[in-house]
Each structure stands twice: as structure tokens, then as C-alpha cells.
Design a protein around this ligand. Structure first.
Ligand code: MTE
Length: 330
């Protein structure tokens, strides 16, 4: 985010996966339980998709991933290829280059995984992620992801509504905001061994934003679990906000009374606000936010499209900001 990296437009238009092809693959994943089969089956899948193989869920979660509820979100959007969504990433804990997260996260340990819940809530403590997931049905939500750097993708996430999970912790009336924190483990996360950001990565939401039905706690994408570079094993997905709000590899949730300090707003408050709602009318001080490059797109076909208010989710979230000056609260 510090650098507007143009080089990444490394894929051509022809690589875009048609949704019907992807859905066929979903069907395939369902009937095979998400297991990568023998050469014939692999050939069938890769011939249809040509964009990489989703990871298999662990045995304990397999039944949940075999019964993902499909939703109508994003039915008109063209899904970005798996290969692009998993190789062009921002996950500074693993480095600042777009390919660093994939190249440097293969050894990252994500099981077992616990989340510590603290603060203004009736139920606090340390919770096993698997137990949190198993309480809900997994849903697929095809969402547009708009990065503040002015590129975007369309990703089929798998997860549970954030509100469902948060409500189970019984937030008190003092819980005006929710704070999230990424794992801090410099041994596993090479990016944390150097400065740059003030680790751990921190994010936050107003409680009503967190409870909005669009907010997703994602544990998967493309019908299976999250690859490490995409924030395994659990991350936020907030499609109406710039991508940096969608914090990865969450280990802590804290219900708080005051607006929490968040990573990017602490680093450069004039460039990155707490709200970070996608807004084509408020430019970043160093570049315009009116348009975005929908990936994949190359130098010859940059695939530039107009950016929409709230990333096109105004109907769902506009009321959260009624009466607010969005130029001031960016
Ligand atoms: N979460 C953590 N912990 N560290 C990060 O560097 N980058 C953010 C967000 N979540 C980031 C993070 C940014 S800037 C973006 S655009 C999205 O993750 C990118 O998600 P993706 O790599 O899955 O596309």
C-alpha cells in the first residue's frame, strides 16, 4: 500500500474463469469431497479451470465444506482465477512484494488455531476456531475485493456471517467497537522481523458495521479452505471497504468502548482512515480512487473499470453512514 505497484497486472483477459466453469468445478469438489483425485480427475478439473487447485479441508471440517450454502451474492460478477487470487496478495507479515505471501508462507502453521475473545462481552476466553466454525453453516459469498491501491478482484469466499459469531460472545452495551488482531509470530512471519508496520496488524469496526449482514468471517475460498497467503485459517471480508480492513489470520477479538487504533490509520492517518469505505469521490492523497484495475489485466488490456460507491454495496451498507461527512470520515 505504500507503493502503487503497476507491474502486477500480469495476467491476460483470457485467463478469467467463467463462472459456469467454476461452478462445474464446485460440483466436482462436492462430489469428490474436495479431495484431489487421480490423474484423470485432475486433468478434468485443470482442463476446465486452468487456474490452480484449491487445498483440501482437514478431515474434521470436510463435512462442513461439503455442505456450503450457495448465496446470490455476486452472481453477475466474473470470478477472478484462483491462481491470480492466490499469487497476487498483500500480507505484509510475509513480505512487501505481491508474490512474497505465496512464496514465503508455505510452512505457516494454522492448526490448531485459537481466537482469544476479550473485553466488553459476556463470554470471553480462548476459543478453538473449529468450534467457532462448526456452530454455523458455511456460506459461499462471491464478493468484489477493492484494494486501496486501485486494483480489484472477484472472489468466492466461504465463511460465516461475522454477526452470528460475535453475537455468541454476548457483547455488552458498552461494546461500541470491535478490535481484531493478527498473529504476531516473527519466527513464522518473516515480514515481522523487520520494521515497516507496527506489528501485530490491527483492525477495527464500529459494532454496527461488524453486525452488518455483509460482513463475513471467512475460512475458505473457491469452495475449500483459505491458502496461507490469503489469511489462513480465518480472516475478515468486508467488501464495501478497502481491502486493508479485511484483516488476515485473526487471533484476537476485543469488544471495546472507544474507537481502536488500527495499523494503517496509525502509520499514515492522512492517507488511511478508520472507516476506509470504498469511495470514488475521495481520492487517496497520492492517487485517484475513481477507477480500478480489475485483475487479471495486463499492460495491453489493463481492464480498468469505474469504482462504485461502497464498492457497489450501497444498498446494503449506505444506512450505516447516513448523515456522516465521508470526506472527513474516510
Ligand atoms: N491482513 C494482515 N494481517 N496483513 C496484511 O498485510 N493486507 C490487507 C488485507 N489484510 C493485510 C491484511 C490488504 S492491503 C489487502 S488488499 C487484503 O488483505 C488482500 O487480501 P488478499 O491477499 O487475500 O487478496
Amino acid at each position: 500500500m505504500l507503493i502503487f505497484n503497476k507491474k502486477a497486472s500480469d495476467c491476460s483477459e483470457s485467463e478469467v474463469t467463467d463462472k459456469s466453469v467454476y461452478l462445474n468445478r464446485r460440483q466436482f469438489m462436492k462430489t469428490t469431497g474436495g479431495i484431489v483425485l487421480g490423474a484423470g480427475a485432475i486433468g478434468q478439473v485443470s482442463a476446465a479451470l486452468q487456474d490452480g487447485n484449491p487445498l483440501s479441508p482437514p478431515i474434521s471440517l470436510k463435512p462442513y465444506f461439503e455442505n456450503i450454502t450457495e448465496t446470490s451474492f455476486g452472481k453477475d460478477d466474473k470470478i477472478s482465477p484462483y491462481d491470480v487470487a492466490t499469487s497476487y496478495n498483500n500480507f505484509y507479515e510475509f513480505g512487501y512484494g505481491k508474490s512474497d505471501p505465496k512464496d514465503r508462507s508455505s510452512e505457516f502453521q494454522t492448526t490448531p488455531w485459537t481466537i482469544t475473545v476479550e473485553g466488553e462481552a459476556g463470554k470471553t476466553g480462548v476459543f478453538d476456531l473449529e468450534d467457532i466454525i462448526k456452530e454455523s453453516m458455511l456460506e459461499e459469498r462471491i464478493y468484489r475485493l477493492r484494494c486501496v491501491e486501485a486494483w480489484s478482484m472477484v472472489i468466492p469466499w466461504v465463511g460465516v456471517p461475522l454477526a452470528d459469531v460475535l453475537k455468541r460472545f454476548e457483547p455488552t452495551s458498552k461494546a461500541k467497537y470491535v478490535y481484531f488482531e493478527t498473529l504476531y509470530d516473527p519466527k513464522q512471519m518473516p515480514g515481522q522481523r523487520s520494521g515497516g508496520l507496527d506489528w501485530p496488524y490491527r483492525e477495527g469496526l464500529r459494532i454496527d458495521e461488524a453486525m452488518n449482514p455483509l460482513a463475513l468471517l471467512a475460512v475458505g475460498m473457491y469452495g475449500s479452505i483459505l491458502p496461507n497467503q490469503n489469511g489462513a485459517p480465518v480472516r475478515l471480508v468486508l467488501p464495501w471497504k478497502y481491502g486493508f480492513k479485511s484483516i488476515k489470520s485473526i487471533v484476537k477479538i476485543r469488544f471495546v468502548e472507544e474507537m481502536p487504533k488500527t495499523t494503517w490509520a496509525m502509520l499514515a492517518p492522512n492517507e488511511y482512515g478508520f472507516y476506509a469505505n470504498v469511495n470514488p469521490n475521495v481520492d487517496h492523497p497520492r492517487w485517484s480512487q475513481k477507477q480500478e484495475r480489475r485483475l487479471p489485466g495486463g499492460v495491453l488490456f489493463p481492464n480498468v473499470i469505474e469504482t462504485k460507491m461502497f464498492n457497489g454495496y450501497e444498498e446494503e451498507v449506505g444506512s450505516l453512514y447516513a448523515g456522516m461527512d465521508l470526506k472527513r470520515f474516510y
